[in-house]
Structure formats: C-alpha cells, structure tokens
Design a protein around this ligand. Structure first.
Ligand code: GAR
Length: 196
C-alpha cells in the first residue's frame, strides 16, 4: 500500500476525483494520508476533511523559497509519502523536494504538453492561451515532476475538442470533466499497482 500525499492550492476538484476513486475501490493499492495546501482556507481542505484525510497548510506567502521547501519537506516526511500528487498546486516545487522524490511526484496539467505549459501557464491562463492561439484540440496531461516546469516524463494524456465560441471558463470545465478527473485517478491507481 502506497502512502499518497496530495498538494493543493484551491478548489480541489481533482482532489475530489481522487477521493471519489478511492471510495469507489478504484485505487486499491494507495491510501490518501494527507492533503497539504499552500494556501489557508481553500475548499480543497474541506473536501479532505469530509473524506477523513488529515490536512496541513504550508503557506507559500511570507516565506523564502527555501523556508517553504524545508517546511513542505518536513510535512512530506512526517506523512511517510511514497507518492505525491500535485492537484491544482500553484507553486513550482524547488530542487530539494524534487531530488528527494525522483519519479514519485506527479502533476496534472490542463493542456496537451508540450503545448501551453511551463512557467506562467497555470489554471485559466492555459485555456486562455489555447483559445488565443486558435488550436482546435486541447486536453490534459499527467506527468512526473522534475526540475523543468511541466517537463517530466509523460504518464497519460487525453484530448478534448474545442468548440466554436467556447469561453476559457467553459473550456476549463470541459477539460476537467472529460480529461483531468479521468486520467489523474487512473494514473495514480496504475502507479500504486505497479509499486505496491
Ligand atoms: C486544474 O485545471 C489543474 O489542472 C490546474 O489547475 C486547476 C486546479 O483545479 N493546474 C495547473 O494549472 C498546474 N500548472 P482544482 O483545484 O479544482 O483541481
């Protein structure tokens, strides 16, 4: 059984998809042991609490990058994390954490990497960029986290068609529903099965 820690910064719909998959027996070889938020008061923390998962807040604000990393690493160690999932985590991880967990950190990105990814491409901005470019297909990617933002080995991808006249908000929702909430739990379950 792998100890899974989920890192969040916001609403936590991807976290919910993971918790629901666990509840439905779809992640038999993984246990959600802690949810860590980089922001206090976010709804993702409530979702974790409702599912009976321990929570912690390691605020990015008011800390140097090094202080943040040290505090985050302490929480990950305390949780005995085997697998770390970034689910709407809006802070780029530093080298110390990445080096400590090689191919043990996965991220979900709301585009088909290598399009619309890297520094500055997060949340709604990704979908705005896709619409501005005029691509007809976008999607989501689950990948390992290394020192290059959105640059680690790809684990899973799913394409989503862009409808004429769709807004960035509508596209974000469509990509979540048709791609992220499906491929993230599947990828986590598969990694747990392989590493149990
Ligand atoms: C999701 O679309 C996720 O892919 C994206 O932020 C949203 C978070 O939603 N993540 C990134 O852009 C990371 N670069 P959620 O909190 O409801 O899961």
């Amino acid at each position: 059984m792998l100890n899974i820690v989920v890192l969040v910064s916001g609403g936590g719909t991807n976290l919910q998809a993971l918790l629901d998959a666990k509840k439905d027996g779809k992640i038999p070889n993984g246990e959600f042991v802690k949810v860590i938020s980089s922001k206090p008061g976010v709804y993702a923390l409530e979702r974790a609490a409702k599912a009976g998962v321990a929570t912690a807040v390691v605020e990015r604000k008011g800390k140097t990058a090094e202080e943040f990393e040290t505090a985050l690493l302490a929480e990950l160690k305390a949780a005995k994390a085997d697998l770390i999932v970034l689910a709407g985590f809006m802070t780029i991880l530093g080298e110390k954490v990445i080096k400590e967990y090689p191919e043990k950190i996965v991220n979900v990105h709301p585009a088909l990497i290598p399009s619309f990814c890297g520094k500055g491409f997060y949340g709604l901005k990704v979908h705005e960029a896709a619409l501005e470019y005029g691509v007809k297909v976008t999607g989501a990617t689950v990948h390992f986290v290394n020192e290059i933002p959105d640059g680690g080995r790809i684990i899973a991808q799913k394409a989503v068609e862009i409808d004429e006249g769709i807004t960035a908000e509508e596209l974000q929702k469509k990509v979540m529903e048709q791609a992220e909430w499906i491929i993230l739990p599947q990828a986590v379950a598969k990694l747990c099965d392989e590493r149990k």
